[in-house]
Design a protein around this ligand. Structure first.
Ligand SMILES: *Cc1c(COP(=O)(O)O)cnc(C)c1O
Length: 226
């Protein structure tokens, strides 16, 4: 049951927060609804969830329930192709997966045209796995400096995906690295930098991510899988 799964996750979030002497209310539970149908999503809304993550623009737009009320915040968490940027900017509150200058410039241009300031996170590949998207950690500084003139963008923080590990402890260095990058660049001084979010941790590893400072956990399977 969704209600039981949600209660369980909220309990674990609170537990990990406590372990790290953090306030659990500062941690956003992002419900990753990419595998959930509209019935399940409606149930999640009824249980009070308002932040939903999708990784495909077309599929997200097909789920009318996500557009049924104006207090729902949509997060784009998938790899974004430049030809989908228009819809991403039009419909999504926060784009978690910005990983190239070409993409951030395209987002800026679209946002400027429609008069929006688009919130984005920069995705960093903290594991070094070649199968993962994201900037290399050592590319981040140049990226932020090159993007500092984009006025229709607010860079709200960083996102990463840890590798799937049987031994969850092995994910910890990735999360720690992202937090260190966050600390290092939050005061870089660019006008469009407003670091607030560390988006890290999924069903498998959110507890460790919270211990390492995450304030957005992106949970799909643990919530919606029956
Ligand atoms: C699917 C997805 C998630 C959720 O993963 P679960 O393991 O199902 O919790 C989180 N982040 C991204 C980027 C995803 O694509």
């Amino acid at each position: 049951m969704l209600k039981t799964a949600l209660e369980n996750i909220e309990f674990l979030i609170a537990n990990s927060a406590k372990k790290a002497s953090r306030d659990p209310s500062e941690i956003m539970l992002l419900a990753v609804s990419k595998e959930a149908d509209e019935v399940l999503i409606e149930e999640a809304i009824d249980l009070g969830l308002r932040d939903f993550g999708e990784n495909r623009i077309k599929e997200a737009l097909r789920k009318k329930i996500l557009f049924s009320r104006n207090d729902i915040r949509l997060h784009f968490i998938g790899h974004l192709q430049t030809n989908k940027v228009n819809d991403a900017v039009k419909f999504f509150e926060l784009i978690h997966s910005v990983d190239s200058l070409r993409l951030i410039e395209a987002i800026n241009e679209t946002a400027r045209k429609i008069g929006k300031i688009q919130n984005i996170l920069v995705e960093v590949n903290t594991s070094g796995e070649i199968s993962k998207y994201g900037l290399k950690p050592e590319e981040l500084e140049d990226f932020l400096k090159s993007a500092d003139n984009l006025e229709a963008i607010k860079i709200k923080g960083l996102m990463t995906m840890a590798p799937l590990e049987k031994d969850k402890e092995k994910t910890r260095p990735c999360f720690r690295l992202l937090r260190e990058l966050f600390q290092k660049f939050k005061d870089l001084g660019a006008k469009n930098i407003d670091f607030k979010y560390l988006s890290m941790g999924m069903s498998q590893d959110f507890e460790i991510a919270i211990e390492e400072g995450s304030n957005i956990v992106r949970i799909g399977t643990a919530l919606f899988k029956r």
